[in-house]
Design a protein around this ligand. Sequence first.
Ligand code: HEC
Length: 313
Amino acid sequence: MRALSLTLFGITLASADPLTFNTTPLGQKDRPIILRTYVPDPGLDPAVLSNHGEASKSPKYSPNSGRDVGGEYRMMKVIPAAIAVNHGPALSYVWDTTECRLLYSWQGGFLDLYPYWGEENRGGRRSFDYSARLVGNLFYMAQPIKREKPAFIGYDLSDQGVPTFHYKLGDTKYAETILPNDRQYSFVINQDSKKSTIKGKLISKHQGFDRNLKIKSATAKAGQQVFGAYGCVACHSADGSKGHGPSLKNLAGSTRPIEGNDPVLADAAYLTESIKNPNAKTAQGYPPGYMPPYQLKDKEIESLVLYIQSLAK
Ligand code: HEC
């Protein structure tokens, strides 16, 4: 984190620590975070997005000359004007202000904004990939429905920052709140005080953008870099403090109690499996499905294991 003080037209805008370099932010179960950003279409039935217009090509423009220049802007396959909400690993969802409905939900992470939020040692944009990518397990996608043309009214926030979305179909107004519950691949939808529990099933796994770390040989130091770059740090501390996931301090070499199973020795094989296939065994005291699956390069995983082992010395 870094303190920022900006002078704009002679007015100083000062604020404590407005920037973090966590490009995979997470909210809390009771206190979500909301992001208004382009989100990907993870494969929705096109009929679900029937009120969205078609994107059209536009000529390239030069801010220096104030004129159109040769060429066209590439169209992006993104969903604009949607609202992305995250309640920690328990629930992420995208609610669309054009269709006025929930589009999809996932668990285990939120969005990866690496290309345009940059990274700590460099800052700034890395590429023009404006669509955030999903992190975690997608388990629900909206199906087409027949209804009147929707009109978005707005959303309000509870004291804990939980949004309620307001919209109209014809002359009828609706209010909708979406909440996590404690079950895997499930959430609660509260429409005009009528509660229903939605249960989905695993559709696809997502791990965000490749960080391209170019690790030559596996070391604990490289592992620390992977740990920061892929946002493990958002859920696991290295100092014993509790987070969304267990602290990794003193884990290596210990006997690990496992949910519904015999304890296991936290050796290199267990650590590797915990990263590649986090649902294989669930550490006691934590819900399953809260850790996103990572398909990292072998050297990255070996480095992570060395790093976790170095936290137990
Ligand atoms: C969104 C939160 C989240 C992120 C991000 C995350 N994990 Fe986890 N992790 C968990 C939770 C929750 C558990 C415990 C439940 C389980 O075992 O699946 C866990 C379990 C583990 C375990 C086994 C811990 C134990 O005490 O037995 C290891 C090792 C681990 N994670 C490593 C990583 C690494 C390395 C990364 C980054 C590449 C990472 N995790 C990213 C949430 C997360």
